[in-house]
Design a binder for this molecule. Structure first.
Ligand code: FAD
Length: 476
């Protein structure tokens, strides 16, 4: 009888334990992907729908070369599994575990209902380097602070080595109904906003592998010093590939280990520590399931947020008048990704300069990021807002001017994404409103027309944010 491998956020054949297990069983293999939109706790945003389409094409081609045809179905996975079991005679189902509140319970329920019908069901660990309920503090609770979490991780045995893709799969020869990917309309229908995404990314396992190889050869050796510079390719850009499970964290860990002697130890450790932030985010989400909705620190329930209105739209469009903020928001819109340093700057700007609730920023990122991840996104937004576990203190307010000067000193980043400022001298790049009129005229800039004046004045916004924080503390 055939074995069903239920693919979810693990769209790869390399280091895929569920697939390998099915291959080793010697049974015919039915790879299945179910589009669960009606049941998802968090439906995919537009950018990730685009990504999913490309990634499924790539997975399907990979599986074809191994001898198995990917079955695509839309609906409730339990019903879909039932139907495929009935029509194929499958007697076993394998999958890799996912760690989202709501989905954990649902997968467990599906597992027991299938087992009740004498099916063999096995789930595997592969999306995270640790099981999120595994690491515990001395008193037995979950970690709330990153550094002890990292230390606890380091004290455990190192992550297991990744396993290779199966060499071949036994095909299933029966006929099964499969949806047409195009009918799922995951790609933008009306205006095609995905050109920038196609130029930047190659979704799928090959794209992930290429990114990792390039990063190991060119980026890892200077990661510690260059990772905060948005104008240079200083980070791996693996995040969307990781979010869709096109590459396993065990593979990344191992490949980094393999170049240990070629790069400096601190660069390697800084990179691994970043990978561990993703693990920590899942640790938080699994142990505090409302992380995406509720302030982790409930004092923030009393925070006097202002209404969003047009100011949210100006932030989303990259029209705040602060070049580094606008460059970030436009990078996000054009490419579906934003550099981590700039995510922190734009996030802080939304929450502190505009006093807009972090949940609105989180939702915008969820819709526009190709790497949107319910754990990392929620944990990072709460970190920025000051409401999170181990958060940046609210009263530390980034200056978008100083941040711009420090991390984009030559303006390479701003000039790329805010081309209307391209000709302005470096000196005024992060404060165009301070440039004398003739300088602006020569650079072809008409402030308030070709590029906006600042939406708020930094000093005044800072004072207002601190006052709002104080009222919250008084109420809480
Ligand atoms: P690299 O620097 O090359 O790091 C390698 C990998 O480590 C990343 O791909 C990612 O999986 C992980 N990682 C690195 N930094 C972090 C971090 N701070 N938190 C969690 N994981 C990290 N990351 C997401 O994957 N999805 C999100 O939805 C997301 N939302 C964010 C929202 C805000 C407001 C902020 C400040 C950060 C957010 N991040 C998110 C974290 C981080 O910005 C991205 O993971 C990183 O920019 C991805 O680029 P990279 O792959 O080049 O990272």
């Amino acid at each position: 009888a055939p074995a069903i491998v239920w693919f979810r956020n693990d769209l790869r054949v390399d280091d895929n334990r569920a697939l390998l297990h099915a291959a080793e069983s010697g049974c015919p293999v039915i790879p299945l992907f179910v589009l669960e939109d009606a049941h998802d706790t968090l439906p995919l945003g537009g950018a990730q729908r685009w990504w999913l389409h490309q990634s499924l094409l790539s997975l399907s081609a990979k599986l074809d070369t191994l001898g198995a045809a990917l079955v695509l179905r839309r609906g409730d996975p339990e019903e879909v599994l039932d139907e495929i079991i009935r029509s194929s005679g499958a007697d076993r189902v394998f999958w890799n575990r996912r760690y989202l509140p709501g989905l954990i319970e649902r997968d467990t329920a599906i597992k027991s209902s299938l087992r009740d019908r004498a099916m063999t069901v096995e789930s595997f660990h592969g999306q995270l380097l640790h099981e999120p309920t595994q690491l515990r503090t001395g008193s037995g609770g979950p970690y709330r602070v990153y550094t002890p979490f990292w230390r606890a991780f380091c004290e455990r045995p190192p992550p297991r080595p990744p396993s290779d893709a199966p060499r071949a799969l036994v095909p299933f020869h029966g006929s099964l109904v499969s949806d047409q990917l195009a009918d799922w309309t995951l790609l933008p229908a009306g205006p095609d906003w995905s050109t920038g995404l196609s130029e930047e990314w190659e979704p799928g396992e090959e794209g992930a592998k290429t990114r990792l190889e390039r990063f190991l050869a060119e980026g890892l050796g200077s990661y510690g010093s260059m990772r905060d510079r948005p104008g240079v390719p200083g980070t791996s850009r693996l995040s969307p590939h990781i979010a869709f499970g096109e590459i396993s964290p065990f593979r990344i860990w191992q490949e980094v280990e393999n170049v240990r002697n070629e790069v400096s130890h601190p660069d390697l450790t800084v990179f691994r520590k970043e990978l561990l932030w993703r693990e920590f985010s899942y640790h938080l989400l699994v142990n505090f399931p409302s992380l995406g909705n509720d302030n982790f620190n409930s004092d923030f329930d009393a925070f006097p947020w202002l209404g969003a209105g047009d100011r949210l739209a100006r932030w989303q469009r990259g029209e705040t008048g602060y070049p580094i903020v606008d460059a970030g928001m436009r990078e996000l819109w054009q490419t579906g990704w934003m550099h981590n340093r700039v995510r922190m700057i734009v996030g802080s700007f939304l929450v502190k300069h505009l006093l807009i609730d972090w949940r609105l920023g989180e939702a915008w990122f969820r819709d526009t990021l190709v790497d949107a991840d319910p754990a990392s996104n929620a944990a990072s937004w709460q970190w920025i807002a000051g409401s999170g576990a181990d958060a940046a203190p609210y009263f530390r307010i980034f200056s978008p001017i100083l941040q711009g000067r420090k991390f984009d000193p030559d303006g390479a980043y701003v000039r790329r994404f805010v081309p209307e400022l391209a000709a302005i001298p470096d000196k005024f790049l992060h404060t165009p409103w301070t440039a004398p009129e003739p300088v602006l005229a020569e650079a072809g800039i008409e402030l308030g027309r070709s590029y906006p004046l600042p939406i708020v004045e930094h000093g005044a916004a800072r004072k207002r944010a601190l006052a709002a924080y104080k009222t919250m503390k008084e109420i809480a």
